[in-house]
Design a protein around this ligand. Sequence first.
Ligand SMILES: C[S@@+](CC[C@H](N)C(=O)[O-])C[C@H]1O[C@@H](n2cnc3c(N)ncnc32)[C@H](O)[C@@H]1O
Length: 239
Amino acid sequence: MDHAPALAARPARADYGLDAPGVVRALAIAGILCLLVAAIFRPVRIVVVAGALMVGEAALMTWSSRRGKLRARERLLDLVPWRGDERVLDIGCGRGLLLLGAARRLRSGRAIGVDLWQARDPSGNAIEATLANADAEGVRDRVELRTGDACHLDFPDAAFDVVTSLAIQNIPSAEGRERAVREAARVLRPGGRLMILDSRHSAAYVRTLRSCGLACVRRSRLHFDMFPPVRIVSARKAC
Ligand SMILES: C[S@@+](CC[C@H](N)C(=O)[O-])C[C@H]1O[C@@H](n2cnc3c(N)ncnc32)[C@H](O)[C@@H]1O
């Protein structure tokens, strides 16, 4: 009997996409052009240094998307004392990095991802890509995807045991980010855990979460397994 078609249908590995693909492409092209100009015409030091820095930054961002962010997600998920029956919400799940990592730690629980599926970041951002990744991770039966805005979550209060996000920094305005953090706190159950990964606005999240009355609000040191480096903001809703 030939099993080849069935095996081919299942992707071998999940692909969580390239973060900020437009920025990576622009840095790589500009950097290579600088180095070519310096090589062909005159090796002016500032052009060589600028070119090398841009190519280096593009390489670091690619490494972060392909390797580093997988490490960062495990670091974040390791902070949750999993039972296996949790209801998890991942806000701005994209292709499922945190969502599917959480789903892998569930037995009877459910992981729900919401996103606006913005095409620019990460690359190939679409419900179909996330479902293919859920198949590749073997967690399709525990995962649900919805289209929704982080600033206006369509869930009742106290609906989730664990809320995660690596997307709030992608909301352009400070008001929008604050609203999203308040929404994340609202849908968290008493005793539930909130975990946010962020490279830019973690201090503001800490202030917002404290003003929402959450307990054990902590901001980690910088972690260099992603580029730019990230911090984990964690909090717990008092019982
Ligand atoms: C940098 S990507 C991160 C995706 C995924 N969390 C990961 O780590 O690979 C940011 C994601 O946030 C989503 N997003 C941005 N603004 C949003 C909003 N207001 N509500 C829901 N999702 C949003 C984008 O569509 C995108 O999928």
